[in-house]
Design a binder for this molecule. Structure first.
Ligand code: CA
Length: 447
């Protein structure tokens, strides 16, 4: 409940009782048919905070999307919010992650003007002078020798572009009109370094950034290192698995995150930023849950045939990195994101790729949990044998029917569902290991 409370503080209403509000252009606007919101800390909140609101508070979440579209229309740059901050944009962090929130909400049934939404996304993704977009369009990546956060920004743009492609497809746009976004969605591959099996910054001339230290914070990555960001192909874990030579190679790299020591190289930041110190204190190797880029990573074992490892680590993180005390968070809470991770993870699933209708399986935290949805339906999650020891899902039913796949759909939840899990102290290594059990990957769609 502490975490759930935190997810409901921001975004916050930003208008007077008569619906008047100061817009991004600093003129006074009248909100017609929606409530205007601000505080969109999107680099954090596109991951789980906005999807959680779309599940539990869809009316408010829809108004937030409408507020974002108005923001774009009032912007002299034509940009969707990056970090909406009371009639300003403070441009904090990277990406144009409003595209994720818009596509996710529309995929899940938000009643907004979809043509306006798509247009806002397309215009945003073509503002060539904003944060490396021009070079990104030309080269397929943001070059490191031009832009200091080049690699992390490239990975994030590629996912954001997949969101544009998805919405275009949902609106039946002709393929020739949206094909460019299918290509851009694969741009994450341009930064894959075979030698290290990791993402790495690239210079304008096509050469990888050198010298390269995968443990070093900074360089081509913002607030993290290559070990934290390599997993950022939210829309295409299978593509990442293929790059790493298949499931075995991928799982080895995933396992390595916890085996590597929590060491760092502070020469970039000229000192230890608090996110680095938090990674050391957490002592889970390079799994730096105190900051956002790696927070979806544990769930990726569901795409590579080892869902029980996700179940193991999710319980570790919930037990060790969250406590109901003044220092109960392992890093910045960041406007609901780190809390939304906990709330979803307690339910037993998480939106790895907002924009799909899928929630990827983890492991439930409680013996019994009930979600009271706004449409009057109830989702009941029962795991009577659940404990720290019995953290593995032996089997699972939804409305009495056995489910082996590693995800639930939004529709399944919205219809009201009775989810029952049989828990075990030993992993069931037969469950959720078939290709057909794995969640969404873009590569599989275009194969
Ligand atoms: Ca953060």
């Amino acid at each position: 409940y502490t975490s759930y409370y935190h997810t409901m503080i921001n975004p916050s209403v930003y208008m007077d009782v008569d619906g008047k509000y100061r817009g991004l252009d600093h003129n006074i606007h009248q909100a017609k048919g929606f409530t205007n919101y601000t505080i969109f800390s999107l680099w954090d909140t596109y991951r789980a905070e906005h999807p959680l609101l779309m599940l539990m508070k869809p009316n408010e979440a829809t108004d937030m999307v409408k507020s974002m579209i108005k923001h774009q229309q009032q912007s002299v740059h034509g940009l969707l919010p990056v970090w909406s901050h009371m009639a300003n944009d403070n441009w904090c962090m990277s990406g144009y992650h409003s595209t994720s929130v818009l596509t996710d909400a529309i995929t899940k049934g938000a009643d907004v003007n979809k043509e306006e939404a798509l247009k806002a996304m397309v215009v945003t993704s073509n503002v060539s002078y904003y944060d490396g977009i021009g070079d990104y369009i030309k080269l397929g990546y943001v070059p490191f020798d031009v832009n200091g956060t080049a690699a992390s920004t490239t990975l994030e743009y590629a996912y954001d572009d997949w969101c544009i492609y998805q919405l275009g497809k949902a609106l039946n746009k002709p393929e020739e009109e949206i094909a460019v976004y299918a290509q851009r969605a694969m741009n994450y591959k341009n930064l894959y370094d075979k030698e290290h099996k990791l993402m790495r910054g690239k210079n304008k001339d096509g050469q990888f950034q050198s010298p390269f230290n995968p443990l070093k914070w900074g360089d081509a990555f913002t607030e993290g290192n290559s070990w934290h960001y390599t997993w950022s192909a939210f829309h295409d874990p299978q593509g990442l698995i293929d790059l790493m030579g298949g499931q075995q190679g991928f799982n080895q790299m995933m396992d390595s995150v916890f085996i590597l020591p929590p060491v760092f190289d502070d020469s970039y930041y000229g000192g230890v930023i608090h996110e680095i110190r938090e990674m050391q204190i957490m002592n889970m190797g390079q799994y730096a849950h105190g900051n956002q880029p790696i927070q979806h990573m544990l769930y990726l074992y569901n795409y590579s045939g080892q869902p029980w490892k996700a179940q193991h680590w999710i319980r570790e993180v919930m037990d060790k990195l969250y406590t109901p005390n003044p220092d109960g968070y392992c890093g910045d809470e960041d406007n609901g994101q780190t809390s939304a991770w906990y709330v979803f993870s307690a339910m037993g699933f998480y939106p790895v790729c907002p924009g799909t209708d899928q929630y990827v399986m983890g492991t439930p935290y409680f013996k019994q949990m009930k979600l009271h949805l706004e449409n009057g339906k109830t989702v009941q999650i029962s795991a009577p044998g659940n404990s720290d020891e019995n953290r593995y899902i032996a089997s699972m039913t939804v409305n009495g029917k056995t489910l082996t796949r590693n995800y639930l759909t939004h529709k399944e939840l919205m219809n009201g569902a009775k989810i029952t899990m049989k828990m075990s102290s030993t992993p069931n290594k037969q469950r959720g290991v078939r290709e057909s059990d794995f969640p969404y990957s873009f590569s599989k769609e275009v194969r």
